[in-house]
Design a protein. Structure first.
Length: 255
């Protein structure tokens, strides 16, 4: 990525930032959307973090569900000939990535899409940090709880994220889904608890919330029968760093 590199102080932390070159494509930060005010604020903070890490880059918000502005309308509203990259603030390849995003950009050849934020080793590190902060011990079991997708690619991505997490922990790590895929989170909790008991383990079952922020799906995790539910991924500047990496990867591919 061409541009000027700077080190700036932000909220007491030094950040490496890159000034965006002139005429950089617009970054359309496209999230799922939620009615939860705390979740909405967390996603908008990611967008603010992206702008802080790449001064001069135009960042536009968009959503594929629940919230406005809707992605298709955002793309249509761009002046003709405006280069843009849709960066999905989503964690896996599912219906929104395969259907909604391509539909929104199909009539604008100058607008292209990046891949989602996950799977990624940095997300695994963040998940592990949240689990340890919640009190995870070596004899506990971990269930990675993803949102779920009706498309198989979503499960493949979540399983890869679970594998990356398992590389960082001595614990058993399994995966389950909030909707549209199997096993469900309650079934996954029950299965993991039975697996621990069958092996003579007295450990607890931890749900690792593989969700960006609080909202409907995260609230449901507390009802799934686990002993402890860890915090979602946000707030963390790691998500903005990954989003910019996805953006830059598209520009490099097109150059």
């Amino acid at each position: 990525m061409d541009g000027f590199f700077l080190k700036v102080l932000n909220n007491g932390c030094w950040l490496n930032v890159t000034l965006a070159p002139m005429n950089s494509p617009v970054l359309i930060a496209c999230a799922h959307g939620t009615r939860n005010a705390e979740g909405q604020a967390a996603i908008r903070q990611v967008m603010a973090d992206i702008e802080a890490l790449r001064p001069g880059l135009r960042v536009v918000e968009a959503y594929v569900d629940v919230q406005e502005p809707e992605l298709g309308g955002v793309v249509e509203g761009l002046p003709e000939g405006t280069d843009a990259v849709v960066v999905p603030l989503l964690l896996s390849t599912g219906f929104h990535i395969k259907v909604d995003v391509p539909k929104a950009i199909k009539n604008r050849s100058e607008v292209v899409a990046a891949r989602p934020l996950g799977p990624d080793a940095r997300l695994a590190e963040l998940l592990a940090t949240h689990l340890r902060a919640a009190g995870l011990q070596e004899n506990d079991g971990v269930l990675l709880a993803a949102a779920g997708s009706s498309l198989p690619d979503g499960s493949v991505d979540s399983e890869e994220q679970a594998r990356l997490l398992a590389e960082l922990l001595p614990n058993k790590v399994r995966v389950a889904y909030g909707a549209s895929a199997q096993p469900t989170v309650p079934d996954g909790v029950a299965s993991l608890r039975a697996e621990l008991a069958a092996e003579g383990e007295a450990g607890r079952v931890f749900i690792s919330s593989y969700l960006l922020a609080t909202g409907y799906f995260h609230d449901q995790l507390a009802k799934a029968g686990a002993d402890i539910v860890s915090a979602p991924l946000l707030p963390s500047k790691v998500l903005a760093e990954i989003a910019l990496e996805r953006y830059d990867a598209v520009l490099e591919r097109l150059s």
